[in-house]
Design a protein around this ligand. Structure first.
Ligand SMILES: [Zn+2]
Length: 286
């Protein structure tokens, strides 16, 4: 692999952060890829980390499509307190600063592996969810998948205009009461548009992610160990297209040598970027 570390990678922390801020604000198309490490700052457990959900709650079974077909109540009862309790969760400094960077026109969008809707809560409006999204619940019998993907990409709220579709907020209310969201047409239990094990990844989100990665001259790779595809392919696409990547992760990743800069602590890096972010928007850009 090409060694792309810039000399600035060896600067003392604050100077290195100044340089990162300069890269972000001078990039034409800066984008971010986020993984579980960003969510753990909001108190959400990493699915695969050492305190991961897989070890103590059988997440394989919670998100298994065949099991969901047999007993959808298992998914809802086990995800109630970590997916449907969004109101109790706070966006972390990473979510908030990414939202501010987008508003100031320094960030084109976020590609995320996470399914917790915290980027939206943190103020990001362009969020590409490559493992699907609980923003829409749909009927596996009555709903058209392309329609579900379009809705999930637009992050709707309220009435989705069809009895076989339900937005997150309404589903969360029903699940919070210990009930199951059901199809208004056929009565089947609705499924979230999260990609379960045994299902295909969302075609539209993957296509959007690929386009964003190709356009990016700077990709911030945040809180992901880059061991799971398709996320791992995102920075590779940016590198192949001639862009730079910056990695912030608490463990080494396979692309560290290919990164312009590497950092290990999300919280200090994003607190620092937040402090440097001027109130003023980027001049001459929408
Ligand atoms: Zn139905």
């Amino acid at each position: 692999m090409t060694q792309n570390n810039l000399p600035e990678n060896n600067l003392p922390f604050e100077e290195k952060l100044d340089f990162l801020f300069k890269l972000i604000t001078e990039a034409k198309n800066c984008a971010a890829l986020t993984g579980a490490g960003v969510s753990t700052l909001s108190g959400i457990r990493d699915f695969r980390g050492k305190n991961g959900l897989y070890n103590d709650m059988d997440a394989q079974k919670i998100f298994d499509i065949d099991y969901f077909g047999r007993d959808p109540s298992f998914y809802y009862s086990h995800s109630k307190d970590f997916i449907y309790n969004l109101k109790e969760k706070e966006a972390s400094v990473v979510h908030l600063v990414l939202g501010k960077l987008e508003k100031a026109s320094f960030l084109k969008g976020v590609i995320t592996q996470n399914i917790d809707l915290l980027h939206q809560k943190g103020g990001s409006s362009r969020v590409i969810e490559i493992h699907g999204s609980p923003s829409v619940h749909y009927c596996r019998r009555c709903s058209k998948l392309s329609r579900v993907e379009d809705l999930a990409a637009s992050k709707p709220a309220g009435d989705l205009g069809s009895p076989d579709l339900m937005a997150f907020e309404q589903a969360a209310e029903i699940v919070g009461q210990g009930k199951l969201p059901k199809c208004g047409k056929c009565g089947a239990v609705l499924k979230p548009a999260i990609t379960f094990f045994g299902e295909n990844l969302p075609v539209r989100a993957l296509r959007d992610a690929e386009l964003l990665a190709r356009e990016a001259d700077l990709m911030l790779v945040l809180g992901t160990s880059l061991t799971v595809y398709p996320a791992a392919a995102v920075p590779e696409i940016t590198l192949r297209s001639g862009g730079r990547i910056v990695i912030v992760n608490n463990m080494p990743t396979p692309l560290d040598r290919a990164a312009a800069l590497t950092f290990d602590d999300l919280e200090t890096v994003f607190s620092g970027i937040g402090r440097r972010l001027p109130e003023k928007r980027r001049a001459g850009r929408g």
